[in-house]
Design a protein around this ligand. Structure first.
Ligand code: APR
Length: 316
């Protein structure tokens, strides 16, 4: 097997999202993957299954499954998808406590075993969990980021393409802010082969697309009845891994630490980032309308409340 010079990608959490991130990374030959979970046999079984798919799917990247964090030693990238989804009857604070404890524990292991890694958070509540990871890891700001904007933008791209009956590849968009109801989709930065959608669709159709994008996760949950989306979330994370390991300098919306951009300080939120070898190479500042800027600040307020929740729980 050709293992030399391959980046090492650790996926923490071998559930639906984590295993699918692993699958996409293997199929794109982005690197060798270490799939990690607390459940004995789960990452090992999925890793072996994906290895056995390799000859047919035509990849030579390797996948191992483990319950031991020693195996992530020297990872170049760590994607964190471990945690629980919010269940009926669970408050936001309950979820914060459960996932906060899981993420804090995992970050201590990453700090010990993969101190040079770039860490991509996927676990929800995303913007708060990435803030917790940054505080626990103590890594440089550029090496800790969160996946949400890639997913929200992909959903909006799909909805625009469906509405106009054009190729999804022609549609570009930007969804900023926190991941959830307070996300900030930007119609004037949404284009079809360079044509702003504001020239192609009436306002009410654009508003309907924005509303569907905001509800994107909920729509899937209602259809599945048990469980939540994982193909598109995993695709978003793999896209970020690709931009980093191939030093593509792609402009992608990611949760990054803001230190004054958009008038926001010391908070993780979705903003356009240039991704390359160093993780977040640069944060781009877009020209936003007064309403959009207000929406971004409202989004930031929700993230701050989550961070305050972590402080109450003694996790920060
Ligand atoms: N260390 C490693 N793995 C853990 C830990 C831990 N401390 N705690 C839980 N896990 C694992 C579980 O055993 C499970 O296999 O995390 C996995 C989560 O998988 P799923 O329940 O299938 O959840 P999934 O749909 O993959 O979503 C994971 O990603 O998109 C977000 O909102 C989603 O926060 C959720 C996360």
């Amino acid at each position: 097997m050709h293992t030399s010079f391959m980046p090492k990608i650790a996926c923490i959490g071998a559930g639906n999202v984590g295993a699918t991130v692993a699958q996409y990374c293997l199929e794109l030959e982005l690197g060798n993957v270490v799939l990690t979970d607390i459940v004995d046999g789960l990452p090992q079984g999925k890793a072996l299954d994906m290895t056995e798919a390799g000859p047919i799917r035509n990849y030579s990247t390797c996948c191992i499954g483990t319950n031991d964090y020693k195996d992530i030693a020297g990872a170049d990238i760590v994607v964190i998808t471990a945690g629980l989804p919010r269940k009926p009857g669970m408050t936001r604070l309950d979820l914060l406590e459960k996932n906060g404890n899981i993420i804090a524990g995992i970050c201590k292991e990453i700090k010990q075993h993969a101190p040079g890694a770039i860490v991509i958070m996927v676990t929800n509540p995303l913007d708060v969990m990435v803030g917790l990871a940054h505080a626990t890891l103590g890594f440089p700001d550029n090496r800790v980021l969160g996946m949400a904007g890639c997913l929200d933008s992909a959903r909006m791209r799909a909805f625009v393409a469906m509405e106009l009956n054009v190729s999804m590849k022609n549609v570009d968009t930007m969804v900023l802010g926190s991941h959830g109801d307070a996300m900030v989709p930007l119609p004037q930065y949404t284009t079809v082969s360079g044509i702003p959608i504001t020239e192609l669709l009436p306002k009410e159709r654009i508003d309907a697309i924005i509303a569907r994008t905001r509800d994107g996760g909920g729509e899937i949950v209602r259809l599945l009845k048990t469980g939540s989306a994982y193909y598109a979330p995993a695709a978003g994370a793999a896209r970020m891994v690709q931009a980093i390991v191939r030093n593509e300098r792609q402009v992608l919306p990611c949760a990054a630490l803001l230190k004054g951009a958009y008038g926001l300080h010391d908070i993780f939120m979705g903003v356009p980032c240039i991704l390359g070898t160093n993780g977040v190479e640069e944060i781009l500042t877009l020209d936003l309308s007064k309403e959009e800027l207000e929406a971004l600040h409202h989004s930031a307020q929700e993230v701050r409340e989550g961070m305050d929740g972590l402080k109450q729980l003694g996790l920060l």
